[in-house]
Design a protein around this ligand. Structure first.
Ligand code: HEM
Length: 202
């Protein structure tokens, strides 16, 4: 399939959950608490896109296809888009931009602290996901983008802290994340070994 078509398909898929939420909101089909439904929907989609983004490199390695890495940036930006929707729902519809109250909430509720931290870390990744930044930052770009492993970890922690009792759903995300991190270990070990042997040879 041509890459332009793959990208258009993934772009449409990325917008679909938001469009569905908007449609259900418009049709008053989000249940008794629509704000909660939007918060939960956007939060889960943030986490899903973060994990899908992380899955692209192993998918490329296993399949030999090149498209997974060519759509990675778009997927990461969708994670950011849903994170913005999630945060805006909280700031606007939940807290009515009551900044002192929001600040207290960030300090008082650990799951909000962790969510906020995840968002703050996601921000520089979204802002530097363009070609100009990749060129400008050089090696530091790769270092910065290692945060892509930390952010879903914080996302899972945020979810675990929120549900407390029924851990089944966050446990699924945690397992997927653990699997995605585990498949990357052999590759990063290989890179480390190659670096050490280059240094000792030089
Ligand atoms: C990368 C960042 C984030 C991720 C991945 C994330 C993910 C999630 C997930 C998966 C849920 C649970 C959804 C469910 O119950 O089905 C959730 C709920 C929630 N998140 Fe986040 N979140 C993030 C950032 C934030 C931020 C920055 C805030 C606000 C400052 C926030 C506030 C909330 C609130 C208020 C809930 C619902 C709590 C409740 O049900 O009482 N999240 N989030």
């Amino acid at each position: 399939m041509p890459i332009a078509l793959t990208k258009s398909l993934i772009f449409s898929l990325g917008l679909l959950p938001a469009a569905l939420l908007a449609w259900q909101f418009y049709r008053d089909e989000l249940g008794a608490n629509p704000i909660e439904a939007i918060t939960h929907g956007s939060g889960e989609w943030t986490l899903r896109w973060l994990l899908v983004t992380l899955a692209m490199t192993p998918l490329k390695r296993w399949s030999g296809w090149s498209w997974p890495v060519r759509v990675r940036r778009m997927l990461g930006l969708f994670a950011f888009f849903y994170a913005c929707l999630h945060l805006m729902t909280y700031l606007w519809l939940d807290q009515f931009f009551d900044w002192p109250e929001i600040w207290l909430d960030i300090l008082d509720r650990p799951f909000i602290t962790v969510g906020m931290l995840a968002f703050v870390l996601l921000l520089p990744l979204a802002l530097t996901s363009n070609r100009y930044s990749i060129k400008k930052l050089g090696r530091n770009w790769k270092r910065l983008h290692r945060l892509a492993y930390v952010i879903p970890l914080l996302g899972v922690l945020h979810f675990v802290w929120l549900v407390k009792a029924d851990l089944r759903e966050p446990a699924i995300y945690a397992l997927v994340l653990a699997a995605l991190l585990a498949v990357r270990l052999p590759a990063s070990r290989r890179k480390e070994k190659a670096k050490v042997s280059r240094q000792t040879a030089g």
